[in-house]
Design a protein around this ligand. Structure first.
Ligand code: SF4
Length: 379
């Protein structure tokens, strides 16, 4: 067994190369939000350098048929998870005991594993929405496959993730290989170097459409507090019917391991918990087990310190939290520069609902975009 895991990395890189070389396959790539804030470090750039455009250009030169963005799926996650949150709040407030609050986010597979093994008697709490990686895979192999008239078995979906747990997630049997291969940011850097692409001289290019269109809300999924901030941007407008002028929720941002905030949404005081690092998540879960003393409506958990920007598949940062914070700041900058910053205003997502899913939490959406959890003794 290779002690560094390098052989597994090589194996998966070779698998991607084989798919790219196969003329019978349509090979699609998606890239998670946090990757663009760290990939440049593998090419000598300063931490926090955004390389979104160069990354899209590199993927195109590697030969992917479609270069898409996991951010599209992050916007879909908010459509589904945000609707679920509003639905649960409405039901609980009307005395319906069939659902539970708080809603726990479910984007991070290491956190999903953690609660399935450590809190297996509390599986009513996590959102049933799949993670953005898996939502993307499901959409690519259904809606998009039909659109371009390619059967699912002739399609290969590769994801580039800041994360090693995403490899395990892609292999979970219930996801039926919607995502075929998950590479880490470091593996993508190795692939680009192996192909002799001069990354630093590449032009800035855009993602392809329609699964490359995204909002600022999706970009901040890559940092702690970002998923819940994105959800609140949408929930605010859906609940109050008012336009949200200032989309930044400073009270949800920060780097403390456990954060608690109350956000005013019309007459509702939305109580939110945020934890990054599983030790911190355990503290919130123990409180919840003891009876939800903070009256939380939603809790976001990310297993890695700082969220995905600090993920285990990113270029090594040697425990230097400043590097992680610079990556986080890069994502906030990308969000601030986006023309659309609320997930429910993503026109490509809205078009997809109109053409294919109907509406969030529809029967078809449940079938393709939601999942279930099981109590487990071990991973
Ligand atoms: Fe993966 Fe870490 Fe992000 Fe969780 S927080 S999805 S483990 S990179």
């Amino acid at each position: 067994v290779c002690p560094t895991g390098a052989l597994v990395e090589n194996e998966q890189i070779n698998e991607v190369l084989a798919q790219l070389a196969n003329p019978n396959k349509t090979v699609i790539v998606q890239v998670a939000p946090a990757v663009r804030a760290a990939l440049g470090e593998a090419f000598g750039m300063e931490p926090g350098t955004l390389v979104t455009g160069k990354m899209a250009a590199a993927l195109r030169r590697l030969g992917f048929n479609y270069v898409f963005d996991t951010d599209f799926a992050a916007d879909v996650t908010i459509m589904e998870e945000g609707s679920e949150l509003i639905d649960r709040i409405t039901k609980v407030m009307s005395g319906d005991e069939s659902v539970k609050l708080p809603l726990l986010t479910s984007c991070c597979p290491a956190w999903v594993n953690f609660y399935e093994t450590q809190f297996g008697d509390m599986l009513d709490y996590p959102s049933t929405a799949k993670s953005p990686q898996q939502i993307f895979g499901a959409i690519a192999k259904s809606y998009f496959a039909e659109k371009i008239e390619v059967p699912r078995e002739k399609m290969t979906v590769v994801s580039i993730m800041p994360c090693l747990a995403k490899k395990y997630e892609a292999d979970r049997p219930e996801f039926e290989k919607d995502v075929d291969i998950a590479l880490s940011t470091r593996e993508l850097a190795a692939l680009i170097k192996q192909a002799n692409i001069d990354f630093n001289s590449l032009p800035e290019e855009d993602f392809d459409n329609p699964l490359g269109e995204s909002t600022g809300a999706a970009v901040i999924f890559g940092t702690t507090g970002g998923v819940i901030e994105a959800a609140v941007r949408t929930a605010y407008e859906k609940i109050t019917g008012e336009n949200l002028e200032k989309v930044e929720f400073e009270s949800l941002r920060g780097f403390d391991g456990v954060r608690k905030a109350t956000v005013k949404v019309g007459d509702l005081e939305l109580n939110i918990g945020i934890a990054h690092g599983l030790g911190n998540a355990r503290k919130l879960m123990e409180e919840l087990k003891a009876g939800n003393p903070n009256n939380f409506h939603a809790i976001e958990v990310m297993a890695c310190p700082g969220g995905c920007v600090g993920g285990g598949g990113q270029p090594y940062h040697g425990g230097n939290i400043e590097v992680v914070q610079k990556r986080r700041d890069a994502l906030f900058a990308e969000d601030a520069g986006k023309p659309v910053r609320k997930s429910h205003e993503n026109q490509a997502v809205l078009q997809m609902y109109e053409d294919y899913f109907g509406h969030p939490m529809s029967h078809k959406a449940h079938e393709l975009l939601h999942t279930h959890y099981a109590k487990k003794d071990r991973i």
